[in-house]
Design a protein around this ligand. Structure first.
Ligand code: G4P
Ligand code: NA
Ligand code: NA
Length: 189
């Protein structure tokens, strides 16, 4: 997606350790117009995939996921990282290990929002090692539903995530694929 790549070129800041800071439009402040274009791009990519529901994980996946849901006319559910007070039973729960943060967290989705037979499009802001997407895919499986595909805003193609998801048989579509962040410079695939 050329508009997204241009935004990354203009506003992305390369941090140490292969991390791209994009807090001006994705991870803190949000560019709603750009999000809507992303939603349209996901709708075009997955329009024929028989998707019945869109799923992401809080917090930064929510903006692109909700725009895709709007464009596709589908419900969107986000996995929570902390159990809410009003959400204590009838949950699907999976552990997700983050290499970037060196910590394990739990993601949960209420059983009432995923059904057997659902075809779920998983959307996330970043794909690094793939653990968040794999955790969501395990929740989809717990529900007896199917993963229709995985849509990513920014893929760090120099990390293992894409390979792991492809190996599991998932279709992965990323709006921007970054080959390298070496020398403080963004190089796209
Ligand atoms: P993985 O799911 O692909 O294995 O990724 P990992 O655990 O390494 O990533 C942990 C968190 O860091 C995730 O956000 C992920 O989106 C984010 N992240 C990974 N690489 C980058 C990067 O280069 N730049 C930025 N900006 N974020 C990156 P999170 O903890 O779920 O936070 P949020 O969704 O609340 O923003
Ligand atoms: Na994130
Ligand atoms: Na995320």
């Amino acid at each position: 997606m050329e508009l997204l790549k241009e935004k990354i070129r203009q506003e992305g800041i390369v941090l140490a350790g292969g991390v791209l800071k994009v807090d001006t439009f994705l991870n803190h402040q949000v560019d709603a117009g750009l999000m809507m274009e992303m939603g349209q791009a996901f709708a075009e990519l997955f329009g024929e995939a028989g998707v019945t529901k869109i799923m992401t994980v809080e917090s930064s996946g929510i903006a692109p996921a909700v725009m895709a849901a709007y464009r596709m006319g589908l419900p969107m559910v986000f996995a929570r990282k902390r159990k809410s007070l009003t959400m204590q039973t009838d949950l699907y729960t999976e552990k997700v290990y983050s290499y970037t943060k060196q910590e394990e967290s739990e993601v949960t989705v209420s059983k009432k929002f995923l059904e057997q037979g659902d075809r779920v499009l998983i959307i996330d802001d970043f794909l690094a090692n793939g653990e968040a997407a794999l955790g969501m895919a395990r929740i989809v499986q717990q529900a007896g539903a199917e993963v229709a595909g995985i849509g990513i805003v920014i893929e760090k193609s120099f990390q293992a995530g894409r390979g792991k998801l492809i190996e599991q048989g998932y279709r992965v579509e990323s709006l921007a694929r970054i080959a390298s962040l070496d020398d403080g410079k963004v190089t796209f695939v």
